[in-house]
Design a protein around this ligand. Structure first.
Ligand code: PMP
Length: 451
């Protein structure tokens, strides 16, 4: 491997990073990660830290999951690639579809459509929603509703339903017919409501209002994350998603659960929808489906939606959509091994226990540091703290301060993620109580340095 200076210089010279200013890697060279074992990553300068980010919310089983690595190697020998466009299929994709069907049956989802990642899954779900209505003769149902602060990837469809200006403004105009309602975000909302249950009701009323305003017969689907992730970990009140389900059903609107982060155990339940006792019509998944070891995703489809497609006699159900890597056999083999390990380890149990420990630890840090305006979590291993420069006025913190917290936390033993004024924690679901303590101590050091 080339030395640190060489790599940093050439990184800045030739590589643009997602979600970063192209000039930033010159001023602030990124950490060069050289390896990872268990829940720890190592860098070229010799640091070894607990990965409080879990890759990018995807490495649920840590970096040393041997069965997945072996499955990938074996599949590369057996059949490294073949497409599953009309006319061909293979053993790995079929077996996986059966396993996914069994896994998602409690969510009412019984068919799989494969993709190469989360944005692809969102795009697929949005398209299938429109097509579903066209097959049924309701071609006017084309609009999408979603939550402000929601994150649904970066394809034009997903960006259009995204509820965060940072991912939209530079790329407008986006898809027409996408409308957003307030998120159930108790710390900041247009209603000035801090009671989660009352806020959930206000947001549901806003949804009803928007549907009446747009006309129910023009709306294809409502898309939401069961717990908002990239927008800053926003868990709604338990009445919210069931309320959304009821409203969607009443108006013939499909409910798409975007579970790119929440499927496969992160919330302490097997899926985010199950966490709230809701059955969606479509579900987008990716990330932890292969533990991050191979780019892969799946859209899961409810039985009643699948029947509309399968019983169609008009020809409108032919799927004019799919990716070269829809159903990549190596990804399917990785997902099969990953699902088997995820079930064997019963990961939601540890996610719930360690998540409670982490959330409690963050609340304790809030007592110590005025910098922490809000602490969010309490549903498995997805937590956030929102930093403020003035607690009473809730003034969002500046970038320099969050950068200091991150740098010092890293030097003190943990990788944490900054997203605007939020510090987001989404470690592997297999970490131990001691690993959680390392993250909390590192954060403590980072906050102390920024105070
Ligand atoms: N939906 C949600 C809820 C996500 O969190 C993400 C990624 N963080 C995406 C979609 C997009 O996934 P990807 O980055 O794999 O395209």
């Amino acid at each position: 491997m080339k030395d640190s200076n060489y790599l940093k210089e050439h990184n800045a010279r030739s590589l643009w990073h997602p979600m970063a200013h192209p000039a930033d890697s010159q001023a602030n060279p990124p950490t060069i990660v050289t390896g990872a074992q268990g829940v720890r990553i190592t860098d070229i300068d010799g640091h070894e830290v607990v990965d409080g980010v879990g890759g990018l919310w995807n490495v649920n089983l840590g970096f040393s999951c041997q069965p997945i690595k072996e499955a990938i190697a074996a599949q590369l020998d057996q059949l490294p690639y073949y497409s599953i466009f009309r006319g061909t299929t293979n053993d790995a994709v079929i077996q996986l579809a059966e396993e996914l069907r069994a896994f998602f049956e409690p969510d009412g989802l019984t068919r799989a459509f494969y993709t190469s990642g989360g944005s692809d899954s969102v795009e697929t779900a949005l398209r299938l929603a429109r097509q579903y209505h066209k097959i049924r003769g309701e071609a006017g149902r084309v609009k999408f509703l979603s939550l402000k602060k929601g994150y649904h990837g970066t394809h034009f469809g997903g960006a259009s339903v995204n509820g965060n200006a940072n991912f939209r403004t530079q790329y407008e105009p986006l898809l027409p017919g996408c409308h957003h309602i307030p998120a159930p975000y108790t710390y900041r909302n247009p209603f000035g409501e801090s009671d989660p249950e009352k806020l959930a009701q206000l947001c549901l009323s806003a949804l009803e209002d928007e549907i009446a305003f747009q006309g129910a017969g023009t709306i294809a689907a409502f898309i939401m994350e069961p717990i908002l992730g990239a927008g800053g970990v926003i868990p709604p009140h338990e009445s919210f998603m069931p309320g959304v389900r009821e409203i969607c059903s009443k108006h013939g609107i499909l409910l798409i659960a975007d579970e790119v982060i929440t499927a496969f155990g992160r919330t302490g339940s097997w899926t985010g929808s199950r966490h709230w006792g809701v059955q969606p019509d479509l579900m987008s998944t990716a990330k932890a489906i292969t533990n991050g070891y191979f780019p892969f995703g799946a859209v899961m489809i409810a039985e009643h939606v699948a029947e509309v497609f399968e019983k169609d006699e008009t020809g409108r159900a032919a799927i004019g959509h799919g990716y070269t890597y829809s159903g990549h056999p190596v990804g399917a083999a990785a997902a099969l091994a990953c699902l088997s390990e995820t079930l064997r380890l019963n990961v939601p149990e540890n996610a719930a226990a360690r998540g409670a420990q982490l959330y409690q630890g963050l609340l304790t840090l809030q007592e110590k540091f005025d910098l922490i305006g809000d602490v969010r979590g309490g549903h498995g291993l997805m937590c956030a703290i929102e930093l403020v420069s003035d607690r009473a006025a809730r003034t969002p913190i500046d970038k320099a301060t969050t950068n200091t917290v991150q740098e010092v936390a890293y030097r003190s033993g943990a990788m944490i993620r900054i997203s605007g004024p939020n510090i987001i924690l989404s470690p592997p679901l297999v970490l131990t109580a001691e690993d959680v303590d390392v993250i909390l101590a590192a954060l403590d050091a980072g906050l102390a340095a920024a105070r």
